[in-house]
Design a protein around this ligand. Structure first.
Ligand code: DSN
Length: 405
């Protein structure tokens, strides 16, 4: 049966993606090989349990697959299996963070995490998430310049004595000092959970410091800078394996998505190639160029710039809110997301910032030259909304030069 309604929606989405500039910092275009694995016959297989310890029959291939992908996950971070354990089954990052917290803590235990409007994630102790309801979150904040204030975090940790500290964020444009976080966690006897979802591709590409050996647990989604399928994985110290992984299965999940695991394996192999290192470096060159150009046009950036894949723009001097800026830019074919900024006077639905990221455009082959052009269009649209239609035409023409593979 040909499902024309769905086929048409897929075609429309292909066209939308081809004809627009994706500056959403958490999005990326996985390779054809990754997408083919997602549509592979592994989708038909149930595999509850762990490799070689399953509940159903027919496991000869999935056991080999999950073992291989786990080995690649350790290898990409230069870890050995004597000290570190890996689980590639988590369905998504938010769930994986909850699984980790439920594994390591008792309900009501205190956790120290970055406040959501300052760049933390919902699943890192936000009041709206079970991670904030089942545990007692205490928040740390960025300083007035938009940087992590390690001394203030240490002081707060000493006062509050959390059982677990979370680092790794969704809207923080600067490098993270994982060693310092580890020292703080050790000082107060807390576990350190590092959520590298946004920056995993940068870490394995060698352009951001690694959280190993500093962290006790790493959680990462697999579809952002790592450029894999939508999914997640957890790596933890061997001695924490039982506590955490039993919360993945049977705690919160049933059968793993073996087709996704196959696709994660392919993305991990791609990430170990020399071309991926080049890609990771280009992501940063592109975001730094974008940041510099926007500054020339008078945009204020949180922390004044970027060390990674994203730029957080404070729009307050531009007389436009984040929501309106997102809508306006989208009408010009430039896709972004509205975002809170530290100490935001606005609301999460209508915050004062927009977040821009370069991983997807870099995958399309764009470089510094293209970033300059895009910064110019962003400036034109924000300053002169009537130009949006004309710029949309330019964007569409420009996008043809960078086809999606
Ligand atoms: N939605 C992701 C992001 O955009 O950062 C986080 O889950």
């Amino acid at each position: 049966m040909k499902d024309i309604e769905i086929i048409n929606l897929i075609k429309a989405e292909e066209k939308r993606q081809q004809n627009t500039l994706d500056l959403i910092a958490s999005e990326n275009y996985p390779s054809k090989a990754v997408r083919e694995a997602l549509g592979s016959i592994f989708v038909a297989k149930y595999a509850e349990g762990r490799p070689y310890k399953r509940y159903y029959g027919g496991m000869e291939n999935v056991d080999k697959l999950e073992t291989l992908v786990g080995e690649r996950a350790l290898k990409v971070f230069n870890l050995n299996s004597q000290e570190w354990a890996v689980n590639v089954q988590p369905h998504s990052g938010g769930v994986a963070n909850y699984e980790i917290l439920r594994g390591l803590l008792s309900q009501g235990d205190k956790i120290l995490c970055l406040h959501l409007p300052h760049g933390g994630h919902l699943s890192q102790g936000s009041a709206a998430s079970l991670t904030g309801r089942d545990f007692k979150p205490v928040y740390y904040y960025l300083d007035k310049n938009g940087f992590l204030d390690y001394d203030a975090i240490e002081k707060l940790a000493m006062e509050e004595k959390p059982k677990l500290i979370i680092t790794g964020y969704t809207a923080y444009p600067r490098k993270i000092d994982f060693k310092r976080f580890s020292e703080i966690a050790k000082k107060v006897g807390a576990y350190l959970l590092t959520d590298t979802s946004h920056i995993t591709g940068l870490i394995v590409g060698g352009v951001h410091p690694s959280p190993f050996p500093w962290t006790d647990v790493l959680m990462t989604t697999t579809h952002k800078t790592l450029r894999g399928p939508r999914g997640a994985m957890i790596i933890c110290r061997k001695e924490l394996e039982q506590k955490i992984f039993t919360k993945v299965f049977p705690g919160l999940q049933g059968g793993p998505h073996m087709h996704t695991i196959a696709a994660i394996g392919i993305a991990l192999k791609e990430a170990m190639s020399p071309s991926f290192k080049k890609y990771a470096g280009q992501i940063i060159k592109n975001s730094q160029t974008l940041a510099l150009e926007l500054k020339k046009y008078g945009f204020n950036l949180i922390s004044g710039g970027t060390d990674n894949h994203l730029v957080l723009v404070d729009l307050r001097n531009k007389n436009i809110t984040g929501k309106l800026a997102q809508e306006l830019l989208e009408s010009a074919g430039i896709v972004t997301n509205k975002n809170t900024i530290p100490y935001d006077p606005g609301t999460p639905f209508d915050p004062s910032g927009i977040r821009l990221g370069t991983p997807a455009l870099t995958t399309r082959g764009m470089k510094e030259k293209e970033m300059k052009l895009i910064a110019g269009w962003i400036n034109e649209v924000i300053n002169n909304p009537k130009e949006a239609g004309a710029i949309k035409k330019k964007v569409q023409k420009f996008c043809k030069k960078f086809p999606l593979s």
